[in-house]
Design a protein around this ligand. Structure first.
Ligand SMILES: [Fe+2]
Ligand SMILES: [Fe+2]
Length: 264
């Protein structure tokens, strides 16, 4: 297989987790070897054709058990939840590059790299879980993450606003404090994994900001106003709740005005 969109369909259309990881790495390696092609005459499959594994069982956010990081079970539940976030993040990276055609090649390269990194994040967390004898799928997971993709399946600016510039950006706000908690608990392995993930995530959000501004410019929208408008449109419950990490968000391409608006 040499075509990016064929890889994407192969990823979406079967349920095996290890197959999905292998396909993602294989696509990135094909790109590195300069053998990947970026054009396809085939129609884009509707988003409801995307398949998820049978496990984990998906629950509404309020049905998810509460977790405390001071207990082993709490730490297991926490990392299982992170594993699921990373797993869905692989889908989200594949989906943005699959569904939105006619962008510059750099767009597809950027999101393929993100997909490959999300697969690495998932693998790191899965290894971490296996060390405490938990397998991905053993616990229930949050059902809401993929909803942002379904809601914005026809709207590239909405997708960029809601996924990299909202969902992934929340990771920049909350992860530094989590790293600090694990540092205090003396859990160096967790600190190392979360630090690695945070470093990559700043770049993922930055790519989101870059392409958001690119498309706004192309279509003649003022990017800051458009961002607020799209969050208003798609975010259920008004606006994401802070506190927001201004320093990391600015590195990731947010303007002060956007962060001020989020905080207001
Ligand atoms: Fe990630
Ligand atoms: Fe990410």
């Amino acid at each position: 297989m040499k075509n990016l969109f064929d890889f994407a369909e192969a990823f979406f259309c079967q349920a095996n987790v290890d197959e999905k990881l292998a396909l993602t790495h294989q696509a990135w390696q094909t790109y590195i070897a300069k053998e990947l092609t970026f054009t396809s005459g085939r129609p884009v499959l509707p988003i409801d054709r995307v398949i998820f594994p049978a496990r984990p069982e998906l629950l509404a956010p309020r049905q998810m058990p509460r977790r405390k990081l001071t207990t082993t079970a709490g730490v297991a539940a926490f990392f299982h939840a992170i594993a699921h976030v990373e797993f869905v993040a692989i889908y989200l990276a594949w989906d943005i590059l699959y569904r939105f055609r006619g962008m510059p090649d750099q767009f597809y390269q950027d999101w393929l790299r993100v997909a490959d990194e999300e697969a690495q994040h998932f693998e790191l967390i899965r290894m971490h879980l296996r060390a405490i004898e938990i397998e991905y799928g053993d616990l229930p997971a949050h059902s809401g993450l993929w909803d942002h993709a379904k809601d914005t399946a026809d709207d590239l600016l909405g997708r960029l606003a809601m996924v990299p510039r909202c969902m992934e950006a929340r990771g920049l706000d909350v992860t530094p404090a989590l790293i600090e908690k694990f540092r205090i608990l003396g859990d160096d392995a967790s600190v190392a994994i979360l630090t690695r993930i945070l470093t990559d995530e700043v770049r993922h959000v930055e790519r989101g900001s870059y392409w958001f501004k690119f498309v706004c410019q192309q279509r003649g929208f003022e990017a800051e106003a458009k961002y607020c408008e799209l969050i208003d449109q798609y975010y259920i419950g008004g606006k994401p709740k802070g506190p927001f990490n201004r320093e990391l968000r600015k590195i990731a391409g947010f303007s002060d005005a956007e962060i001020d608006w989020l905080e207001s």
